[in-house]
Design a protein around this ligand. Structure first.
Ligand code: AP5
Length: 209
């Protein structure tokens, strides 16, 4: 099972990727997480990526395509995977066409104002868990339910950077909706519903494959 999640920043791709990964026992590949891990480790790639990410810009295609090629070649990807955050440009989508066959693209969409609310209220944990201060709060304020660590806010979740990420999404990534629709690969879910309802729709899509 190979699933590509497409959608604007904050639409809920990461949240749904975690649910799919748990239910179907396939790994999630989040390019954002990979780049943040590289930035945290201070590697040359990470330092370069951080400059783009903190401005709300896309990291260059050659870097991302190389990263994905490496990940997809790993043994653990044989049973299938979820791509969260890749592709994001036409060049990336064309590269992916050459790398994998038989996949479905699930677009999660959400209006801009809802995105701003979701991202400005998002809190992260270093274990990878994600919360929202209003809609998906942790049991104890500011503390991760899974590992007990203190939650933090992502550097690119400030309102001016969120708006830039949205502009970049509409210009660079939204054309992929048509790219995949034309190829008969696109399924759409409404990201404004609750996370369990959305996951129910995704299970329906996966079940019909
Ligand atoms: P990345 O980390 O991929 O960020 P993004 O695509 O902007 O997506 P987000 O992680 O912000 O949101 P999400 O859709 O996963 O939403 P989430 O589930 O967390 O990329 C970051 C940066 O890396 C990019 O800007 C770029 O610089 C670089 N990059 C990455 N990939 C790249 C590529 N391929 N090419 C070039 N550059 C690349 O949910 C958001 C919030 O809402 C959370 O608080 C969550 O708890 C809450 N929530 C989720 N679902 C619901 C729901 N149904 N109802 C209410 N609240 C909900």
């Amino acid at each position: 099972m190979k699933i590509v999640l497409l959608g604007p920043p904050g639409a809920g791709k990461g949240t749904q990727a975690d649910l799919i990964s748990e239910k179907y026992r396939i790994p999630k590949i989040s390019t954002g997480d990979l780049l943040r891990a590289a930035a945290g480790a201070g590697t040359p790639l990470g330092k370069k990526a951080k400059e783009y990410m903190n401005k709300g810009l896309l990291v260059p295609d050659d870097v991302l395509i190389g990263l994905i090629k490496e990940k997809l070649a790993e043994k653990s990807m044989k049973k299938g995977f979820i791509l969260d955050g890749f592709p994001r440009t036409l060049a990336q989508a064309e590269a992916l066409q050459k790398l994998i066959k038989d996949f479905v693209v699930i677009q999660i969409d959400l209006p801009d104002e809802e995105i701003i609310k979701r991202l400005s209220g998002r809190r992260m944990c270093k274990c990878g868990s994600s919360y929202h201060i209003e809609s998906i709060p942790p049991a104890k304020d500011g503390i991760c339910d899974k590992c007990g660590c203190t939650l933090y806010q992502r550097d690119d979740d400030k309102e001016e950077v969120i708006r830039k990420r949205l502009d970049v999404y509409r210009k660079e990534t939204e054309p992929l909706v048509e790219f995949y629709r034309k190829r008969g690969l696109l399924k759409v879910v409404d990201g404004s519903k609750g996370k369990d309802k959305i996951f129910g729709e995704i299970r329906g899509i996966v079940g019909s494959l």
